[in-house]
Design a protein around this ligand. Sequence first.
Ligand code: AMP
Ligand code: MN
Ligand code: MN
Ligand code: MN
Length: 297
Amino acid sequence: MVMRTSPDLHTHSTASDGTLTPTDLIDCAAAAGVKVLALTDHDTTDGLEEAVAAAGRRGIWLIPGVEISVTWGGRTIHVLGLRVDPDHPELGRGLGSLLEFRRWRAEEIGRRLAKVGIEGAYAGAKSLSNGRLVGRTHFARFLVQRRLAADERAVFKHFLVNGKPGHVPGDWATLESAVGWIRGAGGQAVLAHPARYKLTRTRLLRLLGELRELGGEGLEVVSGSHSRDDIFNFAQHAREQRLLASAGSDFHGPQLSISAHPWVGLGRLPALPDGCTPIWSDWPEFADAAASVSSAA
Ligand code: AMP
Ligand code: MN
Ligand code: MN
Ligand code: MN
């Protein structure tokens, strides 16, 4: 039997807010039968070197990636860079500026939570991270440990989103800069989990139009955040807007899922709907991995 190679092009490690080290992530992916995997940590490429080495040992094709935080139209959206050169200086400088904002923001979240009586949240969140990047997810895990909320989702809802005590507003990269850094580093820019933004049709079409004009190439059609309806809806947008379709679990760790769709796991993804052009269709890595899987079968 020929196994279907299922690329998973959106995952996180301890370099950002995942719970597995890059090496453990690769081991988990190998156990799940994944052949092509992108590591796409938030605003950093720090995990890639370790991931590439581990992937080499496991026979996985590791796609170097990043998930860049962008402010567009007053809201935060995420843009994936796939097949980026992690050492490209312009990308490095750009991500550096976002990491600097993240450092200040993490301390500010701590100060704001202290004002509502939650002491030590910054130190607690930092202790749950690798120290390089302290994101909202680390605060969420800390508050759950402190039993201030039942789960991470509840922490976000009650403490970390707009209008709540630990919310810190701020500007991430512009869409233009993020796509520019990705393209400058030789990568392909993909709008991540589009259903999460709850945009009106008009605004969504504007966003997709801008993305394409800037040289962005893809739309994440299959995502751990997407319902089956979302998948078909965004497959149609990809076809209509002539964007390539991507697929990724947005895996953050074995016990964790921000998705309401537990049927999506690391490397366990529904197929792209017919008529979409997969972003990996002309990647040599995918052809090689698919060939090695078929010949082994
Ligand atoms: P940050 O980039 O530090 O602002 O954090 C964004 C991350 O928080 C996302 O990538 C998710 O991992 C996580 N996240 C966002 N919203 C939620 C939610 N409602 N429940 C659980 N985790 C969430
Ligand atoms: Mn995350
Ligand atoms: Mn995201
Ligand atoms: Mn993600």
